[in-house]
Design a protein around this ligand. Structure first.
Ligand code: PHE
Length: 473
């Protein structure tokens, strides 16, 4: 009996080990934790530190957060579960996954193509903001942006973005940095990096948060974050919150399909994605707690928009003891957040070119990065040489941001939820989400199915049509 149980234990250990070796020859994440880390690394990014606080500030505080929460739970999370589920099932990049999973002749793979396009457009402006963040670490460390006067910090920021050489330099430096990690591969590049950058980010955020909360007058900032005023909410606010939910969870464009394709077959998808969503939310709220109490404590305005990060924050932190130290810490944490997100963005086209065109990772990354440098430079130069060039009334930077957050990602999410809810069918979903029957999560699967089939597409369609002015109520 003893001998027998020893043998079965040894067998079980062997099976576990075999599973630890990534299935097949395809690179992938090496553990369940690795998948969660990478997915969280993709979700957490400048969205939490740059977009969430500034959009909350300029859309009325807590009311916006509540709407954003509803969009995240009822739309963002179901789309995230759907994407990871499809990617893991097909073990391929976004375009190939959708081509393989859909019945022949149906053009669902176009969602993947739109995703690759969205990855390029997001990277175009994201690398620019990340470039400013990296530049600010150095500038703060050498004292260049230190002033308690927002007039002065504003001039410093304008000097950076209106200098074409500096803008391009920092954007391209970021691209080189990210490319080197991507070339190293999924497990040795992406997974290793995010496992280091995420803990760093959490620790630094808590340090800055505690500092901000202990300032005299901090309670006003908390009240702003947590007391809802719905009078400022309009159709445009709803679409902004929905767009943020997509951008934040990195969904609607195939990032999560791609990362799902590297996930292990024994990963519990509903549970890990829910944890990722909650952790991402925690980072956003922590970023709000790090920023708003300090903003109010020093008498600044909360509704500074995107400039909150680069103009108000330096002035706020410079106003407190050890300000320089906290500014440097703050921008290092923003840089580590941005890194995981950019890795996941770059991986979308690289995985596609690698698998579909049979290019090596090196070639796929180099070609993608060069194209990105070119497209990205239109965003980088949109505050200098190209400041007067507008499309639909926006410069290139704002255009890429709006088109992706307000159109491409929600539209991608709409198509994915319709495909999963109405075309893929309950039996396939049940098989996939229960890990072929290994998990006892029938109720969760039923709830997910109901939401992804009815709630997600209807809510999305209404918010999009309303936000774009096609229907009003
Ligand atoms: N989620 C990232 C952030 O909040 C941005 C991102 C969007 C990353 C889409 C990948 C795909 O910063």
């Amino acid at each position: 009996m003893d001998a027998q149980s020893a043998v079965s234990r040894a067998e079980a250990a062997g099976a576990e080990e075999a599973r630890d070796v990534v299935q097949g020859t395809r690179d992938g994440f090496t553990s369940k934790l690795g998948v969660i880390a990478a997915t969280l690394g993709s979700a957490v990014g400048l969205g939490n530190i740059w977009k969430f606080p500034s959009l909350t500030g300029s859309n009325g505080g807590a009311a916006f957060i509540i709407i954003y929460l509803i969009c995240t739970v009822l739309v963002g999370l179901p789309v995230m579960i759907s994407e990871i589920m499809l990617g893991r099932k097909m073990k391929a990049n976004a375009v190939t996954t959708l081509r393989k999973v859909a019945p022949k002749g149906q053009p669902w793979w176009l969602i993947g193509v739109s995703g690759v396009l969205a990855a390029f457009l997001i990277m175009a402006f994201y690398t620019e903001v990340a470039g400013w963040v990296f530049a600010y670490i150095f500038k703060a460390a050498f004292g260049a942006i230190l002033s308690t006067d927002p007039e002065v910090t504003s001039q410093a920021f304008v000097a950076l973005i209106s200098d074409p050489m500096q803008s391009l330099f920092w954007q391209w430096a970021v691209l080189v940095f990210i490319s080197v990690i991507i070339i190293a591969g999924v497990s040795k590049g992406i997974e290793k990096t995010v496992k280091r950058s995420l803990p760093l980010l959490f620790v630094l955020l808590v340090i800055v948060g505690v500092r901000s909360l202990t300032l005299p007058g901090a309670s006003q900032g908390l009240a702003f974050l947590f007391t809802p005023d719905f009078s400022a909410v309009t159709g445009a606010t709803l679409l902004t919150a929905m767009g943020l939910a997509f951008f934040k969870l990195s969904v609607g464009m195939g990032t999560m399909i791609t990362y799902g394709s590297y996930a292990r077959d024994d990963q519990d998808i509903p549970s890990s994605t829910t944890r990722v969503m909650l952790a991402d939310l925690t980072v956003s709220i922590l970023a709000g707690i790090a920023i708003f109490p300090a903003v109010f404590a020093f008498g600044f305005e909360p509704d500074a928009g995107p400039s909150l990060l680069f103009i108000t924050i330096p002035a706020v932190f410079a106003s407190m003891p050890f300000g320089q130290f906290f500014i440097v810490i703050f921008f290092i944490l923003a840089a580590s957040a941005a890194t995981g997100a950019m890795l996941s963005l770059l991986e979308v086209p690289v995985a596609y070119l690698n698998e579909q065109m049979h290019w090596s990772r090196l070639k796929a990354t180099l070609v993608t990065s060069i194209v990105l440098a070119l497209i990205g430079s239109t965003a980088a130069l949109s505050s200098s040489v190209l400041a007067d060039v507008t499309v639909l009334g926006m410069n290139f930077f704002d255009l890429y941001d709006s088109v992706t957050s307000k159109i491409l990602l929600p539209l991608g999410g709409l198509c994915i939820s319709i495909f999963v809810g109405w075309f893929w069918g309950f039996d396939e979903i049940k098989q996939a989400l229960s890990n072929e029957g290994a998990l006892q999560n029938q109720t969760i699967i039923r709830v997910f199915y109901g939401i992804v089939k009815f709630v997600t597409p209807v809510l999305l369609a209404v918010v999009m049509l309303n936000g774009l002015g096609i229907i009003t109520f």
